[in-house]
Design a protein around this ligand. Structure first.
Ligand SMILES: NC(=O)c1ccc[n+]([C@@H]2O[C@H](COP(=O)([O-])OP(=O)(O)OC[C@H]3O[C@@H](n4cnc5c(N)ncnc54)[C@H](O)[C@@H]3O)[C@@H](O)[C@H]2O)c1
Length: 432
């Protein structure tokens, strides 16, 4: 099939590459010409394990193309996936749909034959209806079908998630597009993915409901970790004990920093905003957002207590600054709040991240990037394990740094407290 992905970011690039690997002709479009030029040279603008090899392979096979010309790319395709960003509105909490509607307006002039227009971006309920209205201004209704096909991939596991999804959700109000899309997804369905067809509005809401539920699970266990710290209970035991119940499940039950990333923070806010618009009240999700916001302050206060409130001139090292491992994505990472707060109090901060230097800290006083774990630890007073990269899991601090013993605050519970303590370090973790 001939596919066009509009927006070549984490979702558009990964799904476009994977669709081409399944044998489709895919053209990935982006308004960012630099990104397109890099991709044409085989350079990948994001960090995603395994992506580079797949891009090079399919680009060489000519099943995968890159372009900044939306009009021609759309005209030459049958199925159009809209994969542009839907960030939170500046000074608001609802989703900013400007990128989506701009694309819809541009698409409108390029419908030369029947096309399926799909939102793969996460969009609030009724966005599909709005896109349909925009397209109807210039096109007859039988020339296009607007479908919702939310994406559930996780950064860091994106290729695996795309190729072996738990479910494929298709929200369409007509049979024709459903039939074509079922055919498109047949290779994944035959590997075990559930194909679920529903209405367009339901598919839009399923995505937000899923993300809000997962965010709730994380927040739930984070709050329980606070209780464990006061009662001498190990939160890991609670996670295991609860997770063994199949109705609950063990995933997303690991205590740590506030949830971050490009999805949960903005999507929890957006679903609340949608419910406000329809005059209902999602009190539980509102409470999750509040609790997650407070989480960063709780962990910062713990740092102040660990350092006995003497932050000025303390050398603090961050191991990992992205919101989770195996991604370079900094969007809404809790380090973006923690590092500036500590810098304001006079701390001298160094950070090491396997995905390198981060422009987000460029203007923050006394914050510097170092390019190795060892360098980041030298002379430190406090080492904060912020992100659970495998690179950090087997560090032998005692062998790596002779002499000075720093304090370790392991926000991901990746070390055994006894082992670290026997190496002679003061050690703190989360909920244990
Ligand atoms: N990142 C994830 O893990 C993830 C997972 C599931 C769903 N989503 C959803 O998918 C959507 C995209 O997320 P992302 O992380 O890939 O975003 P992103 O910011 O990485 O990529 C969006 C891309 O769209 C491009 N773009 C914007 N307007 C354009 C236009 N008019 N024409 C062509 N290109 C245009 C941008 O230049 C950018 O490269 C969002 O709605 C997000 O919520 C993201």
């Amino acid at each position: 099939m001939k596919l066009c992905m509009i927006g070549t970011g984490y979702v558009g690039l990964v799904s476009g590459v994977c669709f081409s690997d399944l044998g489709n002709d895919v053209i990935c479009v982006d308004r960012d010409i630099n990104k397109i030029n890099l991709l044409k040279k085989g350079k990948i603008p994001i960090y995603e394990p395994g992506l580079s090899e797949l891009v090079v392979k399919n680009y060489k096979n000519k099943r995968l193309k890159f372009s900044s010309d939306l009009e021609i790319s759309v005209k030459n395709s049958d199925i159009i996936f809209i994969c542009v960003g839907t960030p939170t509105k500046k000074n608001g909490s609802s989703a900013d749909l400007n990128q989506i509607y701009n694309v819809a307006k541009k698409l409108s002039s390029s419908i030369n034959k029947f096309k399926i227009i799909i939102t793969k971006s996460t969009v609030p309920v009724t966005t599909g209806d709005e896109i349909e209205k925009i397209l109807s201004k210039k096109n007859k209704k039988n020339k296009f079908s607007v479908v919702s096909n939310p994406e559930f991939l996780r950064e860091g596991e994106a290729i695996r998630d795309f190729t072996y999804p738990d479910r494929i959700v298709i929200g369409s109000n007509d049979k024709k597009s459903n039939k074509i899309l079922k055919n498109l997804y047949t290779p994944l369905i035959s590997k075990g993915a559930h194909y679920f067809h529903t209405t367009r509005r339901a598919a839009e809401l399923i995505k937000y409901a899923s993300n809000a539920f997962l965010a709730t699970k994380i927040t739930f266990i984070n709050e329980l970790a606070n209780l464990c710290e006061k009662t001498g209970i190990n939160i890991e035991d609670i996670s295991i004990g609860m997770g063994l119940d199949k109705r609950i499940g063990s995933r997303f039950l690991r205590a740590g920093p506030a949830y971050g990333g490009s999805c949960f923070p903005k999507d929890t806010k957006a679903i609340v905003s949608t419910s406000d618009k329809f005059k209902t009240n999602l009190t539980l999700i509102k409470s999750v957002i509040r609790s997650n916001h407070n989480r960063t302050s709780i962990l910062l206060n713990r740092i102040y207590t660990i350092l006995k409130k003497k932050i000025k001139n303390k050398k603090i090292t961050f191991l990992g600054v992205t919101f989770k491992a195996n991604t370079d994505d900094m969007r809404d990472s809790s380090s973006l709040t923690m590092i500036p707060s500590l810098s304001k109090k006079g701390a001298k901060i160094r950070y090491f991240d396997p995905t390198g230097y981060k422009k987000e800290f460029k203007k923050i006083k006394n914050v510097s990037y170092v390019n190795s774990i060892k360098k980041s630890l030298e002379g430190a007073d406090l080492v904060i394990v912020h992100t659970e990269w495998n690179d950090f899991k087997s560090i032998n601090f005692k062998n790596m740094i002779k002499g000075k013993k720093f304090i370790i605050y392991d926000m991901r519970n990746i070390y055994s407290p006894t082992k670290i303590k026997t190496q002679g370090f003061r050690y703190f973790s989360v909920g244990r």
